[in-house]
Design a protein around this ligand. Structure first.
Ligand SMILES: [Zn+2]
Length: 390
């Protein structure tokens, strides 16, 4: 028998043994519930380009075999990836970074988690650019509803007959009004400081991008998984902290001591939250509740300056517009948190929502919607300070 035949036969025998081992492992898992793990080796079976080099009569021969990466079931996962037992299949486990990167265009249970926040990131990047290069039409285009609510609030305040037909949204008309408002602001005097607005935009982009990277690459290894998860949590905390900056800065622009107290308070709270999230032992799935509580308490802290601002500025003509936006934001974030914690709807039909419709995807969409609503409110604040100053 030639050396080549021997090597091929040995490789086939090894693979047969490996499959048997895998099947036994899976059977054990089904018997013992979901608590056992067979380690990382199980998932390296049919991955990549398998190369067997053989030396036969002094001639090097390469046998290349193209095998695509297969998706795993929940029971096949290494222990560190077993986060949601209601999502049963379509997992990527221990994939190389290159394969994980290209999986952005493949269907698996993280595809929509990646894309929902990648699109959100691009949206906020576009808004930031539009504001930086001063294209009010584009900046306001995303805040279409902003202009609609804003103008109807102004209409109520002024009874101006020009605004009587604004019950329906007219893009052209709104764009002209936006330009008019910006020109008027420029003519009135010094515009309000922009940096708190950009702090919020930067915080949102950081959160959305770190989430995208986390969902794309956390399937690579246990170490990277832990690191990326922590960065993802820190991203959420940063987004919440930076969201306070435009509101508090513009509302209390004429009372710097309140500005300092509230922005200082939320920053200290944020640093405490980030330190807690970076503690390795708090990254585990079972601390889902603790993380949600930390994020919610930061959000609830915002009630203090909000109530204060509401009491001081109740007669402000922009009041209704801001309340609509911040109400929409609070509702989006609270609903998102509820889905995240409850793991609905997959809890009721395990395996049905693996690819689309599971709680984390709904949470992602609600986070983007909440951030957009907050962007709308920040625009209203900014325009108000541009117009009236301090
Ligand atoms: Zn996520």
């Amino acid at each position: 028998m030639s050396a080549l035949k021997k090597i091929i036969r040995r490789a086939k025998r090894k693979r047969r043994q490996h499959h048997q081992h895998q099947e036994q492992g899976m059977a054990m898992d089904h018997q013992e519930g979901i608590s056992t793990s067979k380690g990382d080796d199980v998932h390296k079976v049919v991955e990549g380009e398998e190369e067997i080099s053989v030396v036969n009569h002094g001639i090097n021969k390469k046998i290349n075999k193209e095998v695509s990466y297969k998706l795993s079931s929940f029971w096949e996962l290494p222990e560190y990836m077993k986060d949601n037992e209601f999502i049963l299949g379509y997992y990527r486990a221990n994939w190389p970074l290159k394969e994980a990167l290209f999986s952005i265009c493949r269907w698996h249970n993280e595809t929509l988690n990646v894309w929902t926040h990648l699109i959100g990131f691009l949206l906020f990047l576009g808004l930031t650019m539009a504001n930086l290069v001063k294209v009010p039409q584009v900046a306001d285009l995303f805040g279409l509803f902003t202009s609609s609510v804003l103008t109807s609030t102004e209409r109520n305040a002024s009874h101006d007959s020009n605004y009587q037909l604004l019950g329906t949204i007219d893009l052209k008309q709104i764009s002209q009004q936006s330009i008019h408002r910006h020109l008027a602001a420029a003519a009135d005097g010094t515009p309000a400081a922009r940096w708190p607005f950009y702090v919020f935009l930067a915080g949102s982009m950081f959160c959305l991008l770190s989430s995208t990277i986390c969902h794309l690459f956390s399937c690579h290894s246990h170490h990277l998984n832990l690191t990326l998860l922590r960065i993802d949590y820190v991203g959420i905390a940063v987004m919440i902290i930076t969201s306070f900056f435009p509101n508090i800065y513009y509302v209390f622009q004429c009372e710097p001591h309140w500005q300092f107290a509230y922005l200082g308070g939320i920053t200290v709270m944020g640093i405490f939250t980030i330190a807690t999230l970076l503690t390795p032992s708090h990254s585990a799935g079972r601390f889902r509740g603790l993380r949600a509580m930390l994020f919610t308490s930061m959000g609830l802290f915002g009630l203090v300056p909000s109530v204060h601002a509401g009491l001081v500025n109740w007669s402000n003509p922009k009041r209704d517009a801001i309340l609509y936006y911040e109400g929409a934001m609070a509702l989006s974030y609270l609903m998102g948190t509820a889905f995240y914690v409850a793991r609905v709807p997959e809890r009721f039909r395990p395996g049905w929502f693996d690819l689309a419709g599971h709680s984390h995807q709904i949470f992602h969409v609600l986070v983007v919607l909440g951030a957009l609503a907050h962007y709308g409110a920040a625009l209203v604040f900014l325009e108000y300070r541009d117009q009236v100053g301090c």
